[in-house]
Design a protein around this ligand. Structure first.
Ligand code: 2NE
Length: 270
């Protein structure tokens, strides 16, 4: 399989293969911890994934065989956030979480090692997680002066249940891939050398299915949990589909032609 570079960045790799956009956090020296710069690049890549019609599934992973992502880079953690190149404190990883949740295509976390702290949250918010046998999962916030009480807690609780989510956050333990599988935190565990093949297989299976059906299911599953923001997504998709009908077309056409619209169109579903 030959991946083609979509765009070059300093902190991430961004590749394309056969309908799949693969975003790789590329700071293995720091267990793929992210700085505000890394995050800006992730935001850009996810925007491109959203816009490009030939990208049907997105894979998020980390470079090397040790870590998926170890969260925020502690070297740049300052007062108010992670300090960017201009000295501005940021927590812009929350924007990436929102992008993963709202992009109308499946996002698979390909967890190739440690998924820790804010890195763990990233895999949690992905639609699916495929892990290698060496993957290790956990939150560290309360040990290192941080927390994610947003998706990182509430959505985690929806995935593993309230008791387990509180255990994960309050005790800051690390969990093996097998334990993660048993608690429903990941979808599948495979040997590291099979991780990409397995993940691509899942992507290809989804690409055989109706993209619009997958989009609506994702929006519906989000809507149940995300309040008005979730309903807005689902409603936006409903509007998109409505615009494809003769009825909606007639409304706009009649306005421009300065006449009363003829909405008595057939067939109408009961
Ligand atoms: C990830 C983990 C468990 C790996 O352990 P190990 O033993 O495999 O590697 P080691 O030696 O700890 O790390 C290798 C190098 O990577 C750096 C280390 O400092 C070390 O550098 P040197 O000593 O060789 O110079 N490194 C690893 N993680 C880093 C990080 N996050 N920032 C900067 N450098 C890092 C182990 O390394 C670990 O526990 N890492 C820290 C995980 C952590 O606490 N992350 C921040 C959580 S808070 C957060 O991410 C967050 C949030 O809670 C809310 C919102 C947004 C973000």
């Amino acid at each position: 399989r030959t991946w083609q570079t979509i765009k070059e960045y300093s902190d991430i790799l961004f590749d394309f293969y056969d309908g799949i956009g693969k975003i790789t956090i590329n700071r293995p020296r720091y267990r793929n911890a992210f700085t505000p710069t890394t995050v800006m690049q992730l935001i850009d890549a996810f925007n491109i994934c959203r816009e490009r019609g030939d990208i049907r599934v997105v894979i998020l992973t980390g470079a090397g065989d040790k870590a998926f992502c170890s969260g925020g880079d502690m070297h740049v953690k300052g007062r108010g956030g992670y300090i960017d190149e201009n000295g501005v404190p940021r927590l812009n990883i929350l924007d990436v979480q929102k992008q993963i949740r709202t992009i109308p295509k499946p996002v698979i976390a390909m967890v190739n090692g440690y998924a820790i702290g804010g890195g763990h949250v990233l895999h949690v918010v992905c639609d699916l997680s495929i892990a290698s046998e060496n993957a290790i999962f956990g939150q560290t916030g309360p040990k290192v002066g941080s927390f994610d009480a947003g998706f990182g807690s509430s959505y985690l609780a929806r995935v593993v249940g309230q008791k387990k989510a509180r255990e994960i956050w309050f005790l800051c333990r690390q969990y093996s891939a097998k334990e993660a599988l048993d608690m429903g935190l990941v979808n599948k565990v495979v040997p590291l050398n099979e991780l990409e093949n397995e993940t691509v297989l899942w992507a290809k299976t989804m690409m055989e299915h109706s993209p619009l059906a997958l989009r609506m299911i994702k929006a519906g599953l989000n809507a149940e949990l995300d309040g008005q923001t979730g309903i807005q997504e689902l409603a936006g998709d409903a509007t998109m589909l409505y615009y494809m009908t003769d009825e909606a077309q007639e409304g706009g056409k009649a306005f421009l032609e300065k006449r009363k619209p003829e909405f008595n169109l057939k067939p109408r579903c009961p």
